[in-house]
Unconditional design. Sequence first.
Length: 474
Amino acid sequence: MRGRYLTMKIKNTSLKSLVIAIPALLFVACGGGSKEEKEQAAAEKETTEKLTDEQLVDVVQKETFKYFWDYAEPNSGLARERYHPDGNYPQNDAHVVTTGGSGFGLMAILSGINQEYITREQGVERLTRIADFLDKADRFHGAWPHWMNGNTGKVQPFGKKDNGGDLVETAFLCEGIICVREFFKDGTDEEKALSQKFDKLWKGVEWNWYTNNQNKLFWHWSPEYNWEMNFALEGYNECLITYVLGASSPDHAIKPEVYHECWARNGGGIKSDNVKYDLPLILKHNGAEEFGGPLFWAHYSYVGLDPNKLTDKYANYWDVNYNQTKIDYLYCVENPKGYKGYGENYWGLTASYTRSEDGTVGYTAHMPSNDRGVISPTAAISSIVYTPKESIAAMRNFYENYKSTIWGPAGFYDAHSAEYDNWAAQRYLAIDQGPMVAMIENYRTGLLWDLFMNAPEVQEGLNKLGFHSGKYGF
């Protein structure tokens, strides 16, 4: 399939790591020193004191939030596709913003307000800039492209024919857009105006256009290549949210038949009888039917869509996600390939940067059926809502035992391998950092789930497709 992990091409580059030693404790002891030096001193003190689980989770969320705040693309305020702390961008793409990752970034900003990492006023200022940028950016029958130029808002082609609307990336963005609208809709006059801007953005997406007059949803449309990409969204993978939002649209809704005939493969072909480690997979994971797919499939659609007690005639979605996550965990504990480090506190396989055979940085969709001895911190950490004990154990191990290699200015770097002498891809991707902030927030407060699931049109859309939520009473 064309998933974001199978088509992204990233040139192999060597890594540089920047290590700065500052004798900050001396300054603190004398009562002087700059803000940066005091922060460094606090960080050094922190490393000598074992954090409680609550403190650890907060540190990880707060530092990861910086990806979307301190290191956002400066003109648009949106999430860069990637951030390289060493400033080395071989593809000269520091200005490229990602649509789906920016949806997760919107949720990160709301989380930052809720956790008081930033003020509400700071959030409103940044979100207003984002809304104004998105309103003027290139759109294709309402859908934004996969990538945009953060300076101009023009499409940045993801591939030769992928130079138009990307409906899946747009769905991830709209998850965040709806959460922003709901968060501010009853606020001050300024906040209500911001809420209305985001409401207009979401309602402008022509989901029904992307059926191409068939009972299918298609991932792409281009004014130059029309429907030549020809990628219909069939389950199961990360794309469920696209159907939920398509059914929820007030003015451009898809018919229920589109969901049942395409996503659910003619009303039930999506179901699976496969079992691994005594856990049923429940749904057929595209191309990964034995163990399940990369763990981002349990994250992207569910940063807003709450799987707790969410069912339709095909599945209980909590069970789908919990089982996939636990299978991934148990595979790493079993460690059939004998990789160094793997175990109860070192696990998590998903799409991320990877170590190529020559030691340089590549990209792949790690999963049990594509295990290269590389662990992606986002996999275990973003699964905290499903497996809190196992996720926090991995988080603590990463933080306490691999910090010098894997921890940077925006939290955990994208990928690590104990097998290969503590190799790390010391860089970041928005689509990996975002789910960590959002899912930690859902674990701590349930904020994003409550915002999204209580949006009236979302409940209408879910009802239309035959979903029921025991948690939200529909």
